[in-house]
Design a protein around this ligand. Structure first.
Ligand code: GLU
Ligand code: ZN
Length: 468
């Protein structure tokens, strides 16, 4: 790694399933590193032991790999900044916390959760934004000893100097200016000894050499506190970019009720990673290049200058159109793999013909399963309207069709020629009754290839039943 190497990271907390907002953050950081031949780190922010779990971590790694992302450093790959789980970095943090304590940049706070809550409510009731009241800011050594003698275990609180400003440039939002008077003293170490987010997130970025941080806009207001910690420790801050939130079609932050499941939910439904990446790539980012992009082309097209400030709308219709494209682009083998459960009902000899026939009409494996039932299942029952169409075509129509199907081996051209000859019908009057009798439906994939995939006995049986 040279000094100029771009280092990006994704720093999830393993407290739940990976949702689309986080997946997009991961993708953007991955692409940022990839496009410049830089480094991408996966760091696990699991200092909140109660909410974090190994099961979530495993699922997270699986989801990211499924999405097609890989990292040069991470909990499973190692690297020169190991360990990559914050829960394993407590010792490292202790040195920096000690430094903050010794220099007076932080102080022990003995306030209990109940006292803090009371103070918070009092301030809210007075119409003020709740902030740490400063109770323990100027305790003398004797006062501290006294509290500790009473068994109080302190948190470590960062001392925010009043009357100053924190200024930085955000990649997306431009110049930012925050008054320290609006920032209350904040916790850098909890009473249980674990490091708090503002502290370890910032310190780790510095220790891991992270040069760029792209993350959700909800973290923009956290940035000044992180910059204060880094400054107090003489550590280098990364360049931050806060990407716009993802919202549903009603403009509210994306949630389950917008039909936006977790990444694993999408995978289970049969969405392809290529499709998901292509939709995420365009949420809050307006690339100059259109069309479905493979990973390297996507990295090349990723442009932090094109990250937008307005909320990004998640759109299932858009996602499904990427999905359709992606399904069309699958090789036969990949298609067979993608839809393998649905293809279980398809005789191996007909598989290639069946895939060729239905591919233009399927978006999910469920669609494949539905067409497999149509082609290889029991003879379909028709709607009332369908029965009327078939009856109107008449027995001679289907007698000729069944004979031609048997003679030609399900060749649609031969069948239609025979029926035309026998009945004089053409156009929809010819095709619609055939399609209905054969598939039970008045829509679907092109009939000729679908019929080629259908076992001959089935085709004959479906035609002959209306011949009488
Ligand atoms: N653990 C934080 C989160 O998941 C990381 C924020 C950041 O990327 O800095 O929101
Ligand atoms: Zn206190």
């Amino acid at each position: 790694m040279t000094e100029a190497t771009l280092v990006a990271r994704f720093a999830p907390s393993p407290t739940g399933a990976l949702h689309l907002g986080n997946a997009r953050t991961a993708l953007f950081n991955f692409l940022l590193a990839r496009r410049s031949g830089g480094h991408f780190i996966l760091r696990i922010e699991d200092t909140d032991a109660e909410r974090s779990s190994d099961a979530y971590l495993e699922a997270l790694v699986e989801d990211l790999r499924w999405l097609g992302l890989d990292w040069q450093e991470g909990p499973d790959t190692g690297g020169h900044s190991a360990p990559y789980r914050q829960s394993e970095r407590t010792g490292l943090y202790a040195d920096f916390q000690e430094r903050l304590l010794v220099t007076g940049a932080a102080y022990p706070c003995y306030c209990t959760p109940a006292e803090l809550e009371l103070s918070r409510r009092t301030q809210l009731a007075a119409g003020r934004p709740p902030r740490y009241a400063g109770t323990c800011r100027e305790l003398t050594a004797a006062q501290r000893r006294d509290r500790e003698a009473h068994g109080l275990v302190p948190t470590l609180r960062f001392r925010v100097q009043p009357g100053a400003e924190v200024v930085f440039d955000d990649i997306v939002h431009g110049p930012q200016r925050f008054a320290t008077d609006d920032i209350g003293d904040f916790i850098v170490r909890r009473a249980d000894g674990s490091a708090a987010f503002f502290f370890c997130n910032a310190v780790d970025d510095a220790l891991m050499g992270v040069s760029h941080v792209l993350r959700g806009e909800d973290h923009l207001a956290n940035t000044p506190r992180q910059l204060l910690v880094l400054k107090a420790l003489g550590l280098t801050a990364p360049t931050y970019g806060h990407v716009s939130m993802i919202v549903g079609d009603d403009g509210a932050p994306l949630s389950k009720r917008h039909g936006a499941p977790s990444l694993s939910g999408l995978r289970e439904r049969g969405y392809l990673a290529l499709a998901v990446r292509n939709h995420l790539f365009r949420l809050g980012h307006a690339p100059a290049v259109q069309g479905t992009l493979a990973i390297d082309a996507m990295a090349e097209a990723f442009d932090i200058g094109r990250l937008g400030r307005s909320p990004a709308r998640f759109d299932l219709v858009q996602l499904d159109s990427w999905q359709k494209e992606a399904v069309h682009g699958l090789t036969d083998d990949a298609f067979a793999q993608w839809a393998r459960a649905a293809l279980a009902a398809v005789p191996p000899a007909e598989q290639a013909a069946f895939i060729a026939a239905v591919r233009p009409n399927v978006v999910f494996p469920d669609d494949v399963a539905a067409w497999a039932r149509v082609v290889f299942g029991d003879a379909p029952s028709l709607s009332e309207a369908g029965v009327a169409v078939v009856r109107d075509a008449g027995g001679a129509f289907f007698g000729a069709a069944a004979a031609a199907a048997a003679a030609s081996g399900n060749d649609l051209a031969a069948i239609t020629a025979a029926v035309r000859e026998a009945t004089g019908r053409k156009g929809p009057a010819l095709y619609k009754p055939l399609r209905l009798a054969l598939t039970g439906l008045d829509h679907g994939p092109e009939l000729a290839p679908l019929l080629r995939a259908m076992p001959r006995a089935k085709a004959r049986e479906r035609l002959i039943r209306y011949a009488g």
